[in-house]
Design a protein around this ligand. Structure first.
Ligand code: ADP
Ligand code: MG
Length: 262
């Protein structure tokens, strides 16, 4: 039986994991792929309710780190904690955790064979056991909030890239997430659509949700993040508030990165 099926069988109780404190902590986390060390002894604290932007060159380990938080990747060494709970511990109900963590990727976040409405109601109905009418009502509310109402009956390939990302964001919001993970959500978009999606993300920054955003949009990072973490070759090289990281970078690696991308 799959973990999700087990979770369904246990019903709502399994979803009652303790997420009263959504501070995310990585302690000495290492993740290897064969000979490649993608994450190299990373210790990082993402304060509850903060918006942390993770920046760094391609291949530096940003996606792998983000995926650690909902255990799509498991650490080979070290621990991942949410509040004081070690979510990387064997036997932790990962599906329950994922049901409270919203995640949006660069692309292909939506189920291609499902309408927009079914995409947004899916986890509410299948994981959270919300009835159809309520699920539809909540889905419509979130679609409206992200500026995607009117698209309910379309399939993902019948809407634009920007609309797809808005729908994907609505789908992650509809579960009332405690933590949201965004991985380069604007990287595949046409330039004229980027701004709209970024200003949508910026709306969530003071909502109490703990947010981790992997992005190459330095202006967004500077204006919307409470913290910046700069990653290079699997390590967090610098971390701090945007002013410090962007205006007073300490390492040559960060200086070069900011110069190259800014
Ligand atoms: P970023 O998101 O910063 O571009 P990633 O986290 O995707 O970096 O990748 C970090 C490193 O780990 C890269 O060298 C990448 O090729 C490698 N990597 C990531 N996922 C896998 C995987 N599933 N199998 C093998 N190597 C991987
Ligand atoms: Mg990546």
């Amino acid at each position: 039986m799959s973990a999700l099926a087990r979770l369904r069988r246990r019903g709502h109780d399994a979803l009652a994991i303790d997420l009263t404190d959504t501070t995310v902590t990585l302690e000495g986390v290492t993740r290897r792929f064969g000979a490649k060390t993608a994450i190299d002894d990373v210790t990082l604290r993402i304060p509850e309710g903060s918006t942390t932007c993770l920046i760094g060159p391609s291949g530096s380990g940003k996606s792998t780190l983000l995926r650690m938080i909902n255990l799509l990747e498991r650490p080979d060494e070290g621990r991942v904690l949410i509040g004081r709970e070690e979510v990387s511990a064997p036997g932790y109900p990962i599906e329950a955790l994922r049901s409270r963590v919203g995640m949006v990727f660069q692309q292909y976040s939506l189920f291609p064979h499902m309408t927009v409405l079914d995409n947004v109601t899916f986890s509410l109905r299948e994981v959270h056991h919300v009835g159809r009418d309520e699920a539809v009502e909540r889905a419509r509310r979130e679609l409206d909030r992200v500026g995607a109402s009117g698209l309910e009956d379309r399939l993902p390939d019948q809407i634009s890239g920007g609309e797809r990302q808005r729908v994907a964001i609505a789908r992650s919001l509809v579960i009332s997430p405690k933590i949201m993970l965004f991985d380069e959500v604007t990287s595949a978009l046409d330039p004229e659509l980027v701004k709209g999606v970024l200003s949508l993300l910026a709306e969530f920054t003071d909502s109490g949700i703990t947010i981790l955003v992997v992005t190459h949009e330095m202006r967004f990072a500077r204006e919307s993040a409470s913290d910046i973490a700069f990653m290079d070759r699997g390590r967090i090289v610098e971390q701090g508030p945007p002013d410090q990281v962007f205006d007073d970078p300490r390492s040559d690696r960060l200086k070069n990165f900011v110069a190259a991308i800014g």
